[in-house]
Design a protein around this ligand. Structure first.
Ligand code: ADP
Ligand code: ASP
Ligand code: MG
Length: 402
């Protein structure tokens, strides 16, 4: 059997944890399996590297930032190989260049295009454990790229798909996927199974337990995932096409604090205004999420929308630059907002879900700024200071009353 095992930063944060991971991998290896290990940078290394960059230059070029961030993963894979060697187990560490993991050229947010199998297969054939850097790729300029924060999950799934692995296991610091972040919501419950679609919504809406691209890719290539703890032996959560119905109205609640609201005030109330505003943002690679337009008055209207906090500066600059052409009188923004979403295929056929969510928020006296819905989710925008309270209120309003 070929097994891909991915371990996140906290699972390799120190010497003891590195040996713990090494032992778990060696167990599979000694049982006769081919083992490919994907690692993240140790502990908070990536954050520390970003801080180091900011200290030198508050606006580092993305190419150089990727070059820097990618070093974190190289530290953990080489140390892991050394740990295995000290246990007399043959192992080799490889980075994205050595494997040839080709990505798009966009620094900081690259996507995999093609992965060579040859080097890895060759190493596995000589009975080595292969340890690969997560989070990084190489682009057409032979530069190092990174996949976006949390991207090591995507490396694992991409390798599992390319190598036709029999298993892809994502080891982290919680026991699996829960109905909400178990560090924030005391009553969160572990899910035994989740569908790709529900997991994709959860991950995209802020549940950082899996990188959303990893779920997208797992669905596309039919890679069944298991999310479980590196610190104990509990079973974890299986993510696949069809999950056993757990008879719950909702699958989970997610929060995303990486959100900012922008309002453009006093724009012309005539056809084409919204098109021109959002087209200008799209052309500058700025993703817009929830949109709210006011009723027109005196020939003008206001439009508010959310963007990710990472894009706020760019979005404000673009709008300022085109302020006159877009007929905007005033632009305001608020970075201290958060999205709270409930997700679940069960809500498609149940009209009471939105009302129940709003009731839970009302009972906790939390004000809703904006609302957006789709077939399997409802998202509201709240003040960032309310986010933990809102998560608990919404979660318990659904899960605890089932
Ligand atoms: P790793 O370093 O292993 O990749 P992450 O920090 O990226 O770990 O992701 C794991 C964290 O995700 C958990 O510690 C937990 O706080 C958070 N999390 C958020 N939402 C959920 C959820 N629905 N289920 C489980 N964990 C969640
Ligand atoms: N080390 C990277 C990060 O912190 C990638 C990952 O952990 O998945 O974002
Ligand atoms: Mg992660």
């Amino acid at each position: 059997m070929l097994i891909v095992k991915k371990f996140g930063g906290s699972s390799v944060a120190n010497k003891e944890r590195i040996f713990n991971v090494a032992s778990r991998c060696v167990e599979d290896y000694k049982a006769g399996h081919d083992v490919v290990v994907v690692l993240s940078a140790m502990g908070d290394t990536t954050d520390e590297l970003i801080a180091l960059a900011q200290d030198i230059n508050p606006n580092p070029k993305k190419r150089e930032l990727d070059m820097l961030m990618a070093t974190g993963e190289q530290v953990s894979v080489s140390l892991m190989a050394m740990a295995m060697h000290s246990m007399d187990v043959p192992a080799v560490s490889l980075n994205a260049f050595q494997v040839q993991m080709h990505s798009t050229s966009r620094y900081g947010n690259a996507r995999f295009k093609r992965i060579d199998k040859d080097r890895i297969m060759h190493e596995l054939d000589s009975r080595k454990i292969v340890i690969v850097t997560g989070f990084q790729g190489i682009n057409k300029y032979d530069d190092v790229t990174t996949l976006g924060r949390g991207g090591s999950d995507t490396t694992a799934v991409a390798l599992a798909a390319a190598l036709h692995a029999d298993k892809c296991e994502i080891y982290t610091d919680v026991d699996g996927v829960y109905t909400a972040d178990p560090r924030v919501v005391k009553n969160a419950m572990k899910l035994n199974e989740v569908t790709y679609d529900e997991m994709l919504e959860l991950a995209s809406l802020g549940a950082k337990v899996l990188h959303n691209r990893s779920v997208e890719m797992a669905k596309k290539y039919g890679v069944e995932l298991v999310v479980r703890s590196s610190l104990n032996r509990s079973e974890g959560t299986v993510i696949k096409e069809k999950a056993k119905m757990e008879k719950m109205l909702i699958t989970g609640v997610a929060a995303d604090v990486n959100t900012a609201r922008i309002s453009v005030i006093g724009v012309e109330d005539k056809p084409g205004t919204a098109f021109r505003i959002f087209n200008t943002l799209a052309k500058n690679n700025i993703n817009v999420d929830i949109i709210l337009q006011s009723v027109g008055r005196d020939g003008t209207k206001d439009i508010s929308f959310t963007v990710s906090q990472d894009d706020l500066k760019d979005a404000m600059n673009v709008l300022e630059e085109h302020k006159e052409a877009l007929t905007i009188q005033q632009i305001t923004n608020n970075p201290n907002v958060a999205k709270i979403s409930v997700i679940g295929a069960g809500m498609m056929s149940n009209p009471g879900v939105a009302a129940r969510m709003f009731e839970s928020l009302y009972n906790s006296r939390i004000n809703i700024n904006m609302i957006s819905t789709s077939e399997i989710r409802i998202t509201v925008l709240v003040d960032e200071k309310d986010v933990d309270k809102a998560m608990n209120a919404v979660h318990d309003g659904f899960i605890m009353t089932e």
